[in-house]
Design a protein around this ligand. Structure first.
Ligand code: 5AD
Ligand code: SF4
Length: 483
């Protein structure tokens, strides 16, 4: 299993909209970081489409360049800075009229500093301020800089229909919560994306129904911490006088929302990300078991297998609680896979702590994972209080060890499919072989097989005869032929 980070795999996707004839201005928008950023860029593009912008993939043509940024690790920020240098060069040499705006987490973290440090930036917009873009643009067009980094306790963009950009028309992201209240000590997200809030279930259902009517086959419900999704009857938390009044109102929790989405579109696959061990409840497993179309895969970061480190990270679970949760899940969902996020080299991590992480990996055998070296983030509790004292060489070595362990565990998981038939949703042509389709099964494992007469968007039963650590290799085996 190759070490992959979300900010590396999804780097720099440029989004393209269907043209509106009456629009005369050109927007170049690209996104870095997590799925939430990609989803947000669809909202931004939708707002700007109403402001006279069509999209372009050429920097040289753009009137406005927007970059949606990630702050989760220092490396992610460095990537964005390099892009800003590139915009600068294009603006200087080829396109002096171009304006540049920074969106997302880095905008929120650095605020006005961006205008001083990066001379080329005209506009800085935080993740909760996208509805203010028309005003900010007017300011920029009149020759001034514009900044809005106000975080909101309510904004969910539930009333904006995102435009789907550059997608395959098969999988779509639907955001259900924004922000995070967990305050893991290493994480910048609570500072850049603000307090956690849940989106009205009705607007979520409308979006999912709309996607189904447009032919989409799979939705992923998105949030920093989906398990703590909670919608109070007809209102937001602030609409209630006190906690007891709030409790009296009918609430919708994540398990219920998941059930509602699955029932609304029984032919669509439903996925969700990210889960958090401290908030995940058994009723989610029961809902997954009840609805065939909810995929048997959970992305459940654990970060470290050492209780001492988990405590220093302010994670509200122990390694043992994590194991217990996974085993309870397998009692209810025997076929379900789990993927992980791990951080190595958190301040004070000893060799023994590292061995605890390897042990937890060994016990669970995750299907895949995203593994990172600790990166100190300014403003976080760990950044302020703890010395980043694990030497770079040690971090590197520990990362290599967990990446190797993960490769073995992924291989163990894929081998279990050999000889079995698994349902695949075709997403695209295989990168390695133009005669093969590539898709995923519900356990979120990539499957490749000969194209025959199938098309992207088809569900196909595939009999698996071979595998690598990350991919299943098979041939179509319709059930009527006997898989
Ligand atoms: N350093 C390294 N990795 C981090 N993550 C979050 N903050 C940091 C940091 N400061 C990782 C966590 C999280 C994932 C999205 O990014 O593993 O689950
Ligand atoms: Fe960051 Fe922890 Fe919230 Fe995830 S759960 S976004 S790691 S604070």
């Amino acid at each position: 299993m190759q070490k992959k980070t979300i900010d590396e795999t999804q780097q720099g996707n440029t989004l393209v909209l269907d043209d509106k004839k009456e629009n005369t201005k050109k927007l170049f928008i690209e996104s870095y970081g997590c799925a939430m950023n990609f989803s947000d860029s669809e909202i931004v593009a939708s707002i700007l489409n109403e402001q006279g912008f069509n999209t372009t993939q050429n920097l040289e043509d753009a009137d406005l360049v927007l970059v949606n940024t990630c702050s989760i690790r220092d490396k992610a920020e460095q990537t964005v800075r390099k892009r800003l240098e590139k915009y600068n060069a294009v603006k200087r040499d080829l396109n002096p009229k171009m304006k540049v705006g920074v969106l997302g987490c880095m905008a929120e973290r650095l605020k006005e500093k961006f205008l001083d440090e990066e001379k080329i930036v005209d506009m800085v917009v935080g993740p909760d301020a996208y509805k203010d873009l028309p005003n900010l643009l007017a300011e920029v067009e009149s020759g001034n800089d514009a900044v809005n980094v106000i975080l909101s306790k309510e904004e969910t963009y539930g009333d904006i229909a995102p435009v789907r950009l550059n997608t395959n028309g098969i999988n779509a992201l639907v955001s259900i919560t924004r922000g995070c209240d967990n305050m893991c000590t290493f994480c910048v997200v609570p500072f850049t994306r603000g307090r956690e809030r849940s989106r009205d279930p009705q607007s979520i259902l409308e979006e999912v129904n709309d996607l189904a009517s447009k032919g989409y086959k799979e939705v992923t419900l998105l949030g920093q911490n989906v398990d703590s999704y909670l919608w109070y009857g007809g209102g937001l938390k602030k609409d209630f006088k006190d906690a007891s009044e709030m409790q009296k109102a009918t609430a919708t929790n994540f398990a219920q929302l998941l059930g509602m989405v699955a029932r609304a579109q029984p032919k669509m696959r439903v996925r969700f990300s990210t889960s958090n061990p401290q908030d995940m409840t058994e009723d989610v497993f029961h809902i997954m078991a009840k609805h065939q179309n909810i995929c048997n895969h959970i992305h459940l970061p654990f970060q470290s297998g050492s209780d001492r480190i988990l405590k220093a990270m302010n994670r509200q679970h122990t390694a043992e609680e994590y194991r217990a949760l996974a085993h309870r899940m397998w009692e209810i969902l025997p076929d379900c896979t789990i993927s992980q996020d791990i951080i190595v080299g958190f301040p004070g991590e000893t060799e023994e702590d590292h061995q605890d992480t390897l042990q937890l990996m060994e016990d669970i055998k995750f299907v895949f994972g995203y593994m990172y070296k600790y990166s100190e983030r300014p403003g976080t509790l760990a950044g302020r209080k703890l010395e980043d004292n694990v030497p770079e060489e040690t971090k590197k070595r520990r990362l290599t060890e967990i990446v190797n362990a993960q490769r073995n565990h992924s291989a163990h998981r894929t081998q279990q499919f050999i000889g079995k038939t698994t349902e695949v949703l075709i997403e695209k042509e295989s990168k390695k072989d133009p005669n093969q389709w590539s898709g995923r099964n519900e356990q979120s494992i990539v499957v490749v097989f000969p194209k025959e007469n199938y098309q992207p968007g088809d569900f196909v039963n595939v009999k698996i005869h071979d595998c690598t650590s990350a991919t299943l290799i098979g041939t179509p085996a319709p059930l009527s032929v006997q898989g």
